[in-house]
Design a protein around this ligand. Structure first.
Ligand code: XMP
Length: 319
């Protein structure tokens, strides 16, 4: 039988034995896996851990502040916060092909991360939030590759170029065990049970060319959607929910005037494995409230639609 307090002690002892007095770097994204690694390593080796948090300008509303609050201020973890928004936006300017966008975002992440890692010459280890299902997936990747529909953003290859040893303390755990470990380490429930967020972030939720103006509108619409889902107790009943920015304008009315503004689509799905998914049958009253709030509060959006496509044939993300 699996006993969490014992498991925490064992995991800490194992990290200490492996790492000794050497220093470790971790790319902290704010997602569940890297957050749990950060909390575990901080417990195990304290200041021997340095986290690098890269803000690519494609994160959710207040995400950078929340990560800095939880890890740097509350837990006392050393976190280097890199605001690389300008660099990412610069490289994405003029690019509208989804695969091209994914590649640029992945490549720039590696660039930024490497530049930071070089400033920490004493580091001997690169920690990653690899979990057991990732291990299985990459073991089967030779056969899977032919079926890959979208290129996935990851940091494969980083340990080699940085000449670092790989530290993967979650390698034997399933997702639900990672969450339990996170709670046992004192991470907030909200963080441990957050919906997954893709590596390329809002970059694949702003259709076509990515612009900072679009990202700012989308962040606000998305935050309203998630707020209302939580308030209506629907967040935990959906596997993933988010807003998508459509770069098309439609006509609306506001007071005595005519508006001509952008459209946002809401996506909420229920799934076991993210390979197939059903659109969530959210209550109409909830959808209505979200739509009203977005249109009233986010100037620049005058129309909200709900995505009722299943996977397959649609994917969960729009790009
Ligand atoms: P799709 O859109 O292919 O997404 O149905 C399935 C799941 O994968 C997530 N996703 C990604 N996650 N890097 C990630 O870490 C990526 O590049 C990426 N692309 C899609 C998506 O959010 C959904 O949970």
């Amino acid at each position: 039988d699996w006993n969490m307090p014992d498991y925490v002690d064992e995991a800490i002892a194992k990290v200490r034995a492996q790492v000794g007095s050497e220093e470790v770097i971790l790319g902290l994204s704010g997602g569940v896996d890297s957050s749990v690694v950060a909390a575990l390593l901080h417990r195990a080796i304290g200041d021997q851990l340095t986290c690098v948090f890269v803000d690519n300008g494609l994160l959710r509303l207040n995400e950078a502040e929340q990560v800095m609050q939880t890890f740097a201020r509350n837990l006392g973890v050393k976190v280097i916060h890199v605001d690389a928004t300008a660099q990412f936006m610069g490289h994405l300017a003029g690019v509208s092909d989804p695969e091209q966008k994914r590649k640029i975002i992945g490549r720039e992440f590696v660039e930024v991360f490497q530049a930071e890692a070089k400033k920490l010459p004493n580091a001997k280890w690169l920690a990653q939030g690899t979990i057991y299902p990732d291990v299985i997936e990459s073991a089967g990747s030779k056969t899977k590759k032919a079926h890959t529909i979208k290129s996935h953003h990851n940091v494969g290859g980083l340990p080699e170029t940085l000449k670092l040893k790989l530290l993967e303390p979650l390698r034997e755990l399933f997702k639900d065990e990672v969450r339990e470990l996170g709670l046992a380490l004192g991470l907030p429930h909200e963080m441990v049970y957050r919906h997954p967020f893709p590596g390329p972030g809002l970059g694949v939720r702003i259709l076509g060319e990515v612009k900072k103006e679009f990202a700012d509108l989308l962040r606000r619409a998305d935050a309203i959607f998630i707020d209302e889902l939580r308030a209506a107790d629907w967040y935990g009943k959906t596997s993933q929910a988010f807003a998508v920015f459509l770069p098309v304008k439609s006509v609306g009315v506001m007071g005595d005037g005519r508006t001509y503004e952008y459209v946002v689509a809401l996506r909420a799905v229920q799934t076991q494995d993210f390979m197939t998914a059903h659109w969530a049958e959210l209550p109409h009253a909830l959808l209505g409230k979200v739509s009203n709030r977005i249109i009233n509060e986010v100037r620049g959006i005058n129309r909200v639609v709900y995505d009722i496509s299943g996977k397959p044939p649609a994917t969960i993300e729009w790009e």
